[in-house]
Design a binder for this molecule. Sequence first.
Ligand code: NI
Length: 225
Amino acid sequence: MLLHIPDVLTSDEVAGMRKQMDGAGWTDGRETVGPQGARVKRNLQLPQASPLRKALGDQVVAALGRHPLYHAAVLPLRTLSPRFNRYEGGGEYGFHIDGAVMAVDGEAHVRSDVSCTLFLADPEEYDGGELIISDLYGEHEVKLPAGDAIVYPSSSLHRVTPVTRGARIASFFWVQSLVRDDSARRLLLEMDTAIRKLSADGADQASILQLTGVYHNLLRRWAET
Ligand code: NI
């Protein structure tokens, strides 16, 4: 499931983060990939150990924690502390697949079920830099306003096209979901969305209660903690 999550950060929050990142020491993005990724990755990242990366990452996680659609869609169990990247001057990241299990010093292992990119530069600021996600239905091109995020299955092949003008700045991270299976997560999101709409429309309370019970019993069946 490829899902656009709008308004994760306000424009003021994006501006504040961008200001802090402007003066930061960006380093080669190949710090955090294996040999397969290193062959096709040309970008910059905030160093994994940098206190600024950690602080901004915490800010991203806090913002996601306030977003009901993100929660309903991702059902997060463990989130790897967000990272930040910058593509400019032709920088790109060729087709690759994200590692299945990630471990970072001091953090638990995270199985990557869901990949997330949070855009921190507006599309007008740069040319190129589309995130291309390839799945059974073809290739999907994603370039979102600053403050918006895309979530997609970590099992997808994906790439970032060369940035030929300006700079593409984003945060990216992986999440282990309570529900490993992407199609099961999608069913739960659809049911959750329908229940919310029925409630907002003033539908019969007993029926809403019954559907809410079905939602939780499916989640109980599928959740792994
Ligand atoms: Ni990737």
